[in-house]
Design a protein around this ligand. Structure first.
Ligand SMILES: [Zn+2]
Length: 135
């Protein structure tokens, strides 16, 4: 486990609750998962960047987004140094959990069944992201 103090952005639970809406808080701070197909970001195809809903760090470029059919926004590559991973043994499976490198907020999981060039599928909760359209 990574200690909370390792992150550049650290806030108390009360502070996060104030800044985030309930769904964002549940996903980012409590490792929740949004219901598949519910995020408006699934259909976001404009050019821009997806940033962390918790701290605003740019995480994924729109060029790396693709349609995985999973019902969650999917990317084949994060921006360099933008995310960290840890092993998640919940739900009786071993998965690789993905979090924001800046605030530690939970984003989703990464699976080895994505498209080239990386072969990775970053399966993200739309609630953990915000889209900023390119100007
Ligand atoms: Zn963050």
């Amino acid at each position: 486990m990574t200690d909370k103090a390792d992150y550049a952005v650290t806030k108390s639970e009360a502070e996060w609750r104030k800044e985030l809406n309930p769904e964002q808080f549940r996903v980012l701070r409590q490792h929740g998962t949004e219901r598949a197909g519910t995020s408006p970001l699934n259909a976001e195809k404009r050019e821009g960047v997806f940033v962390c809903a918790g701290c605003g760090k740019p995480l994924f470029d729109s060029q790396t987004k693709y349609e995985s059919g999973s019902g969650w926004p999917s990317f084949y590559q994060p921006r360099e140094g933008a995310v960290g991973t840890s092993t998640d043994n919940s739900l009786f499976m071993t998965r690789t959990e993905v979090h924001c490198a800046e605030c530690g907020g939970h984003l989703g999981h990464v699976f080895p069944d994505g498209p080239q060039p990386t072969g990775e599928r970053y399966c993200m909760n739309g609630a953990a992201l915000k889209f900023e359209k390119a100007k």
